[in-house]
Design a protein around this ligand. Structure first.
Ligand code: MET
Length: 392
């Protein structure tokens, strides 16, 4: 008996943390996005959108009367930062799910950690091919660029039916940019256009003379860019400064007003396909509530990354409420590990009416979204501020 005691103690000790791991209240939801580094140009918008969701959803009762609380962990811009944030949220903050990371490049590194810990991930902005396939616990509400990108090329052809020669540029050190450019190059081919040059750059570059010279030399009449915000903004600026006059289509990295200060007045007329439009407020009351609260808080209208972050928080909150409805048991009475598994399933059932329209998450984790838009950047006379104006 005496000899058994240490073994018994060991078993008990091992069991205690597991028993202690009930879901906390308010219910913690992790937000792992890039709040610093060059990725903060997107991350700040995500934080803003998520905070509005926390406020609006809690004002509406949270999860059947229990409040949610967002736990923010800055991933910065690289893989290590995302891995670290995920570990903290899963093990220390004991969140029910993680919303993040900002970049697909980071998702490929950090999501496997959540997968092993059986913690659901809802990607609010990952658009590269292959993200949901990382695992069973990985989903997203951001439509992949394979679905969204072709719209902007079609729109460019509408605006200028004479387009024939296309220059494609992409950031080769970024997973989403490398994935997105394949989609764009396929679209160019399928639409009967010719790719006359493919130019690579790095997300850390700020001198694009070589690439711009190649574009001008190839006599392109359409330029398509896949990169992050600062690099793409500088590339646009240098294209215009060195005399490129044709249309420019930007990928998902150019879909942020935080890019406006980078290319300034020269951002004007870039075409961007979007998974969100503030213009739907009249027919979408959820978007109206979101956009009104956002505008009141930040004195500017919301853009895609904010709307998607809101959507991700909303989807997790509603999926939690569904669990309570189905089991008749409060979330706080579940053990964390069990709840995380149930939440992963709940996320994938039914549909959600969100600021980005009606969506659902397929069993694979891929989002199903109905409405996409193409907007054109219009800069204000101050050359610093501007807006995305719907063209289709
Ligand atoms: N869509 C990007 C990605 O999947 C992130 C935001 S825009 C650069 O990496």
């Amino acid at each position: 008996m005496k000899r058994l005691a240490p073994a018994l103690a060991l078993v008990l000790c091992a069991a205690i943390p597991a028993l202690a791991d009930k879901v906390a209240t308010p219910i913690p939801i992790g937000i792992a996005v890039g709040q610093t580094s060059n990725v903060a140009l997107f991350g700040q918008e995500q934080v803003n959108g998520a905070k509005i969701a926390e406020e609006r959803l809690n004002a509406a009762g949270g999860v059947n009367g229990t409040k949610i609380t967002l736990v923010f962990q800055d991933t910065a811009g690289d893989e290590a930062g995302a891995v670290n944030a995920f570990q903290n949220l899963i093990n220390r903050d004991k969140v029910v799910a993680i919303i993040g990371p900002t970049l697909s490049q980071q998702a490929f590194a950090a999501n496997p950690i959540a997968e092993r810990a059986k913690t659901p991930v809802v990607g609010p902005s990952n658009t590269a091919k292959g993200v949901p396939e990382i695992g069973e616990f990985i989903g997203r509400i951001s439509a992949p660029m394979t679905q969204v990108a072709p719209y902007s090329v079609k729109q460019a052809m509408k605006l200028n039916p004479d387009i024939k020669r296309v220059a494609v540029l992409y950031a080769q050190n970024d997973a989403f940019s490398s994935s997105e450019t394949v989609t764009f190059q396929d679209a160019v081919k399928n639409l009967g256009l010719e790719t006359v040059t493919v130019q690579k750059f790095q997300t850390t570059d700020n001198d694009f003379t070589t690439q711009v010279t190649a574009v001008l030399g190839a006599k392109a009449d359409l330029v398509i860019i896949s990169g992050l915000a600062a690099d793409s903004g500088n590339l646009v600026k240098q294209l215009r400064q060195l005399g490129y006059k044709g249309l420019i289509v930007g990928g998902n990295g150019l879909n942020s007003p935080n890019m406006f200060p980078v290319c300034g007045a020269l951002c004007s007329d870039i075409l961007v396909a979007q998974a969100y439009s503030p213009a739907t407020v009249d027919k979408n009351p959820v978007n109206k509530d979101f956009a009104t609260a956002f505008e009141a808080a930040y004195k500017k209208g919301p853009a895609q990354f904010s709307a998607q972050a809101y959507t991700a928080v909303q989807v997790v909150t509603e999926a939690l409420a569904k669990i309570e409805k189905e089991t008749g048991k409060k979330i706080a009475d579940f053990e964390l590990a069990e709840l995380r598994e149930m939440l992963n399933k709940s996320l994938r059932t039914g549909s959600y009416m969100t600021p980005i329209g009606e969506i659902s998450i397929q069993p694979s984790g891929e989002v199903e979204q109905k409405d996409f838009y193409v907007s054109k950047i219009v800069m204000n006379p101050d050359g610093k501020t501007g807006s995305f104006v719907l063209v289709s």
